[in-house]
Design a protein around this ligand. Structure first.
Ligand code: PRP
Ligand code: URA
Length: 236
């Protein structure tokens, strides 16, 4: 009996020692913004939870994307907009350039609805890409973007930045199609993916809710949240 108590206590201590806790980097890499708003961190914790089913996962990802886009669009240029209130003429502001939201399929679709809530008039580009399970390299299967990419601010979105291959490939495709201003919004990232994307496209600012400590041998982010696409679409 005593041995059993020692055994379970040792297992509990081991589990506790292995527990990951969120740590906001004191100095995130250049061009990377970690959005540490309390609501973002609370909703991200719910997303990470293995007990969270598809329905709640979708709801939380939607809410998170609205919060993330609020921060990620903070520096968008505006220009004067002349309007008439019921009482007087008024010079307010409107966005100076069109915005294009560009999800990387599939999981990036989970961030679109929440962003369109704040940006209802924008166009949506679609970038089809999946990661080869053996090589971990992205394979492209679809690309469709509006013709005005060159004059737009493009917000590329994907919940996960792991090796960085998918986001890097997506930015390359967007630039080949004319995009000149691209920013990337993800939920969970890691040092390897950030370095890959920033190295290939230093002009692309990255907004993330977390920089997790590592990738496992299947190139999944740990602690991460698992396979974002499978959890969002219920294909686990
Ligand atoms: C996931 C994720 C990213 C990519 C990240 O997509 O949504 O697109 O992997 O990994 P990387 O940074 O190493 O490229 P996945 O290939 O699983 O496709 P899915 O969204 O269709 O499930
Ligand atoms: N894609 C995911 O969905 N999750 C990861 O951790 C890595 C790639």
């Amino acid at each position: 009996m005593t041995a059993w108590i020692f055994y379970t206590a040792a297992r509990r201590d081991k589990r506790r020692a292995a527990r990951y806790t969120p740590r906001m980097p004191a100095n995130p890499p250049d061009g990377v913004t970690v959005i540490d708003h309390p609501l973002v961190q609370v909703k991200l914790t719910q997303l990470r939870d293995v007990q969270t089913g598809s329905r709640e996962f979708r709801a939380r990802l939607n809410e998170l994307s609205t919060l993330m886009v609020f921060e990620a669009t903070r520096d968008l240029a505006t220009q004067p907009a002349l309007i008439q209130t019921p009482l007087a003429p008024f010079e307010g502001r409107e966005l100076a350039r069109p915005v294009v939201v560009a999800p990387i399929l599939r999981a990036g679709l989970g961030l679109v609805e929440g962003m369109l809530r704040l940006l209802p008039h924008v166009s949506v580009a679609h970038i089809g890409m999946f990661r080869n399970e053996q090589t971990h390299r992205p394979e492209s299967y679809y690309f469709k973007a509006p013709a005005h990419l060159a004059t737009a601010d493009v917000i590329l979105v994907d919940p996960m930045l792991a090796t960085g291959g998918s986001a890097t490939g997506a930015v390359t495709q967007l630039k080949s199609a004319g995009a000149k201003s691209v920013r990337f919004v993800c939920i969970v990232s890691c040092a390897e993916g950030l370095a890959q994307l920033r190295g290939a496209h230093p002009d692309v600012r990255i907004f993330t809710a977390a920089i997790d400590p590592e990738l496992n041998d299947r190139a999944y982010i740990v602690p991460g949240l698992g396979d974002a696409g499978d959890r969002y679409f219920g294909t686990v």
